[in-house]
Design a protein around this ligand. Structure first.
Ligand SMILES: Cc1ncc(COP(=O)(O)O)c(C=O)c1O
Length: 342
């Protein structure tokens, strides 16, 4: 193993708090949040709701928990949600919405950038027939695999499904990446939605936590469900302080992650026969199947960590990555291809 520091491109969840964030934790005023007495949590919930243009907010331990609670508030057992077949709620949350909420997930195929078409969504809504589940919620995502979605299209979908008495939820784990990439306000992205989840622990760099925002009534129900799921936290202000710090300091700088993703993609594009695509903070490369495992092993041996979810391989830029890390990643992957058989 070389003594060079590891360059970790597996996800933007791998960041560690810096000094400023640790100071915010140390200085946080805390209380028992289950009693509603943690000033820092209360402040974060107000700040987040305002930022996302909703009445109320709720601090939760993770993005998965926030999505789950939103689905349980919107849907009764036996009701159905429509969502993309590559959206996180469907593929990566252990089926929690179905397992714990008895909610049926109806996956729809997405276009290559993760979007859903209006006709497709409308065509999936069940008619009122007692043989069928009631289609209750449309769950969208932004960004999806790095692709910033068009808020105007989300508004069209939301307006249409509301005519069918449906709710609309946004998994906005990386919605700030979308806002920065599209140069719009976060509220331009969140306006079509009844509920919105924002993760603090991805590009925003907090160690823990997500926010769920919506109407006051929605958040009251969500708060009860958080308790039922064992998600009520006590002196959670030390974590909320990181969230506040992240919202104050780490939104605008996401453009640096996007620039670094471009730099990485440009460097890798020079490798013959390696398809590369890049949007916001994610780069995807598509090595030939016979190179996949060898590339993974080679990068590992050279202290470069890359996605192992399968093909295409995902490389994610984040707060703890600088230009020299990007350049090292490019040089290690290029060096693999110099020795790989074509
Ligand atoms: C789009 C999206 N939503 C939700 C989540 C869930 O986040 P967590 O695993 O931190 O709960 C993730 C995690 O990567 C995600 O990418």
């Amino acid at each position: 193993m070389s003594i060079e520091a590891v360059v970790d491109l597996r996800s933007d969840t791998v960041t560690r708090p810096g000094e400023g964030m640790y100071d915010a934790m140390r200085n946080a005023a805390v209380g028992d949040d289950v009693y509603g007495e943690d000033e820092t949590v209360n402040r974060l919930e107000i700040v987040a709701a305002k930022l996302l243009g909703k009445d109320s907010g709720l601090f939760l331990s993770s993005a998965t928990q926030a999505n789950l609670i939103a689905m349980l508030v919107h849907n009764a057992r036996g009701e159905e949600i429509l969502l993309g077949d590559n959206y996180h709620i469907y593929i990566s949350e252990a089926g929690g919405t179905s397992a714990l909420g008895g909610v049926i997930m109806h996956p729809l195929s997405t276009d290559e950038r993760g979007g859903l078409a209006l006709e497709q969504v409308l065509g999936a809504i069940k008619e009122d027939d007692f043989h069928l589940p009631i289609t209750r919620t449309l769950a969208l995502e932004n960004t999806i695999s790095g692709c910033a979605q068009d808020p105007a299209q989300h508004q069209i979908l939301a307006d249409a499904v509301r005519q069918h008495n449906m709710k609309v939820h946004l998994d906005g784990a990386r919605l700030m990446n979308a806002a920065v990439a599209l140069a719009v306000e976060p509220t331009d992205i969140t306006a079509p939605f009844d509920s919105v989840m924002l993760c603090l622990s991805k590009g925003l760099g907090a160690p823990v936590g997500a926010l769920l925002c919506g109407s006051t009534e929605f958040i009251q129900k969500a708060r009860r469900l958080r308790k039922q799921l064992g998600g009520g936290m006590r002196q959670a202000g030390i974590l909320a302080a990181c969230g506040l710090y992240a919202l104050d300091n780490n939104i605008a700088r996401l453009s640096q992650d996007h620039d670094r993703a471009k730099r990485l993609a440009e460097g890798l594009s020079e490798i013959d026969g390696l398809p590369v695509r890049c949007e916001t903070n994610m780069v995807y490369i598509e090595p030939k199947a016979q190179h996949h495992e060898a590339l993974y092993q080679y990068t590992l041996e050279n202290n470069l960590l890359i996605g192992k979810q399968g093909l295409p391989v995902r490389l994610v830029t984040h707060l703890d990555l600088d230009d020299s890390g990007v350049d090292r990643a490019v040089s290690i992957i290029r060096s693999f291809y110099r020795h790989a058989d074509s």
